[in-house]
Ligand binder design. Structure first.
Ligand code: 5GP
Ligand code: ZN
Length: 121
């Protein structure tokens, strides 16, 4: 598990490899500090992941280590929604295995393009 909150690329991290271009992804947007790409297993017509380029293991670690970068990620979720012309959408940070986190590099899911139920499962 890429558990270190160092901000440095982790050799065993899938999303660090996407940032480095070592694993292909369908890019939606890119900024100096973030990348947005389509989820490989979409749960809705639009399902985009927004990640910081720097490695942090989850949203809590990211927020603690780098508030400005956290804001960059959140701002980009809104930019993705606008670009994808989503009137309504959900921004999700799964944090911890019990909440469904499977990749240990902080990421926001931007999900939309269909009706979404509340409460979530
Ligand atoms: P989590 O379950 O950690 O909140 O979200 C990880 C997400 O990454 C999942 O929705 C999963 O489908 C997506 N994912 C896993 N591997 C890849 C990959 O190689 N490429 C892309 N684009 N998405 C991936
Ligand atoms: Zn990483």
């Amino acid at each position: 598990m890429s558990g270190d909150t160092t901000g440095q690329p982790q050799d065993d991290c899938l999303f660090c490899k996407i940032v480095a271009g070592e694993i292909p992804a369908t890019l939606v947007r890119e900024t100096e500090t973030t990348v947005a790409f389509r989820d490989i297993n979409p749960q809705a017509p639009t399902h985009v992941l927004v990640i910081p380029k720097a490695h942090h293991k989850d949203a809590a670690a990211l927020a603690a280590a780098d508030p400005a970068l956290t804001a960059d990620v959140l701002r980009e979720t809104a930019a993705v929604a606008e670009q994808e012309q989503l009137e309504s959408y959900r921004t999700v940070f799964n944090t911890g295995a019990g909440a469904g986190q499977t990749v240990w590099h902080a990421h926001a899911h931007v999900i939309g393009g269909r009706g979404l139920q509340w409460p979530p499962g």
